[in-house]
Every structure is written in C-alpha cells, then in structure tokens.
Ligand binder design. Structure first.
Ligand SMILES: NC(=O)c1ccc[n+]([C@@H]2O[C@H](COP(=O)([O-])OP(=O)(O)OC[C@H]3O[C@@H](n4cnc5c(N)ncnc54)[C@H](OP(=O)(O)O)[C@@H]3O)[C@@H](O)[C@H]2O)c1
Length: 330
C-alpha cells in the first residue's frame, strides 16, 4: 500500500518559498502544497493563487493551526527560523527548515528539544545532500582511485551585495550564514567527522557581519579542509578533493543540475568526467521526497539532528573567531 500524501504548508512567501513550491508541482500527488502563511494576507493570497488547492493564511500561526497541514517548510529569514521551528513542532507539525536552521547551536538545541518532545520530524534544508550523485562520489572515493584523501577545498562566492537580508546582523546576515554554510556542511560531510581545530579570517561590514571569509579546518582523521565564501564577489562555486594519487574537481557542487554538475577525476593516467545523470526530478522535489521517505523516523540520514548540531557548533566557532556576534549572545 502506498503512503498517504504528505501535505505541505509554506511559512513565508519569499524567493526560496516560490522556488520550493514550483519544484513540488512535479510531485504534487505525493507532496501537495495545501496552505501558505504570510505576515500579509494579500501576499499569501497572491502566492496561493499560483498553486491548485492552496489556502492562504494571514499569519504564520494561522498556518500552524491549519489541521490539514502535516509538514511545514520554514522559508523565513535566518533570525526567525528557530522560533517558528519550535512553534511548528509544538503545533504537532513536521518541519523542513531552510539553512541555517538557527542563529546559534544553543538555539538549535531548543529546536531539537521541541521536535523530540512533540515526536515530530525535523530536517535542516541542505537540499544538495538529497541528490543520489553523492553516493557515486562515495563509490569513487572507496575505489581508491585518488588514494588517501588529504585535503578538501570548497568555495561559495557570489554577488549578493544588493540583498538587504545579507547585510544586517539583526536578520542573521553575513556570508557564512547565507552561503558559507554550504561549503562548511560539505567539508564536514565528506571528512566524515567534526573538526578538531579551526581558524577563520574575515572582512566585516559596518554592521558587523562577514562580507568575505576564509576558514581552515583540521579533522580528527588528519584531513584538512579549506573554505572561502563571500556575498560581495564574482560568482565562483566549486569543490575539490585532493588525494595522495589524484584529485576530484566537483562542478556546481550544491546545485547538482545535469549538464552543469560533474565529478572530474584527475590522476597520472589522465582525466575522466562523470556528469550528473538527468532523471528529470528537480532538486526541491527530491528534497520533499526525502522528507516524505523519513518522516516516520523523525530525521533523515542525509542531514541528521546530530549533523545539524555539529554544523551549528562549528558555525558558532568560526563566527566568533572573526568577531560576528548576535545581540545578547556574549
Ligand atoms: N536553499 C536555497 O537554495 C536557498 C536559497 C535562498 C535562500 N535560502 C534561505 O531561505 C530563507 C529565505 O530566503 P529568501 O531568499 O527566500 O528571502 P526573502 O525572499 O527575503 O523572503 C523571506 C520571507 O521572510 C518573511 N519575513 C518575515 N519577516 C521579514 C522581514 N522583517 N523582512 C523581510 N522578510 C520577512 C517574508 O515572508 P512574508 O512577507 O510572506 O511574511 C519574506 O518573504 C533564508 O534563511 C535563506 O538562507 C535558501
């Protein structure tokens, strides 16, 4: 017998909420979007008008009170994530929250405690991890073709200098919070452990958020990881694994789009490219299906609660080294 559809409610009507809902249209039979909540009923109505069967709510709490919603996608600004993840769990809703799921590790502990108490699902939305191509990368690494992994390198730079939410400390802005969290999550995932030492340098804006940031991490197994991130730079998004006998370059590591993303293996024998296969499924549909597949387990193996906590603790450590502190945090 196939599982009942998982009915989605969307918190917020911003850019990523729109993309997520468009993506879910591909899997509307299994993941229907049944409601949206916004600070403004007009925004909610405009948003809902684009999706068949979607109701509009004029407040976030009204969405959480909607009994037809099983799972909430939290697509609000960073400083609002923890509060609404907690409220959603308290309302008995499962949660997929946009990254970063909280401003600090302490906040995230509150989110996890609420999900634990309510018996609900929680996942931080690092959607790239839901793509099966990473299983292929694990196979390549296990084959020994590049030898022992020595160094991981990841870059996420782009020009978001016109985007207000990135500039402001009160909104959880900064390069690390917005996009640096991707390379960090990838380094920790591929290294397979938490860093035992970190160094971080950054250039801050006048409000005290990081514009340009570089970090080095040492993992318990000796692997080193470096990351570079900025939201005031030319677009450059890449990742690389250096081994004792070769390296793997990864194009479009966090989009996984066919024709753009690939693993390129270079050894003394030459170069071989493994493009990402096109199975027709978009990234957001894949993310929603990941939630649906694991909702009964309360966490998904690709982004467990422990993984999110490790991520948040390292984010705190890097942020504090460069002097980015939230109000009331010290
Ligand atoms: N996974 C990805 O690829 C990806 C990409 C971009 C962003 N994100 C993440 O998604 C989240 C939202 O990003 P976004 O780009 O969608 O942001 P956005 O377009 O600015 O939308 C954020 C939404 O938050 C709500 N909001 C509540 N208080 C607000 C305030 N004071 N000012 C502005 N908006 C406020 C608004 O919804 P209402 O007006 O409806 O209440 C707004 O539409 C962030 O956490 C970001 O890190 C993820």
């Amino acid at each position: 017998m196939s599982a009942a559809p998982l009915r989605w409610g969307i918190l917020g009507t911003g850019g990523i909420a729109k993309k997520f809902v468009e993506g879910l249209q591909q899997v509307a039979d299994r993941c229907p979007v049944v409601a949206v909540g916004s600070r403004s009923l007009d925004s909610a109505r405009t948003f809902a008008a684009t999706v068949a069967g979607c109701r509009a709510h004029g407040s976030y709490q009204a969405l959480l009170d909607d009994p037809t919603v099983d799972v909430v996608y939290v697509a609000l600004l960073n400083h609002q994530h923890a509060e609404w993840c907690i409220r959603a769990a308290q309302a008995g809703k499962h949660v997929l929250c946009e990254k970063p799921a909280a401003m600090t590790a302490v906040e995230l502990e509150g989110v996890l405690a609420a999900a634990r108490a309510a018996g609900t699902f929680f996942m931080e939305g690092f959607l790239y991890r839901c793509h099966p191509r990473w299983a292929k990368l694990r196979e390549i690494l296990a084959s020994g073709v590049i030898g022992e992994v020595r160094l991981l390198h990841a870059v996420f730079c782009f020009d978001g200098s016109a985007v207000r939410r990135l500039q402001e400390r009160a909104l959880g802005g900064g390069a690390l919070m917005d996009v640096g969290c991707y390379p960090l999550s990838w380094l920790r995932w591929i290294a397979g452990s938490e860093p035992v030492a970190t160094t971080c340098l950054a250039q801050l804006n006048a409000d005290g958020v990081d514009l340009v940031t570089s970090a080095t991490l040492r993992f318990a197994n000796g692997i080193l990881g470096t990351l570079h991130t900025s939201f005031v730079a030319h677009r450059h998004i890449t990742a690389m694994i250096e081994g004792s006998r070769g390296r793997i370059d990864i194009t479009e590591p966090w989009r996984s789009t066919p024709n753009e993303s690939a693993f390129i293996i270079t050894t003394a024998a030459g170069s071989e490219t493994f493009p990402t296969a096109d199975d027709g499924l978009n990234t957001y549909a894949r993310e929603a299906l990941t939630v649906a597949a694991h909702v009964a387990d309360r966490q998904a193996p690709v982004m467990t609660w422990g993984d999110s906590l490790g991520q948040a603790r390292t984010m705190d450590a890097l942020r504090h080294q460069v002097g980015v502190w939230w109000d009331g945090e010290r």
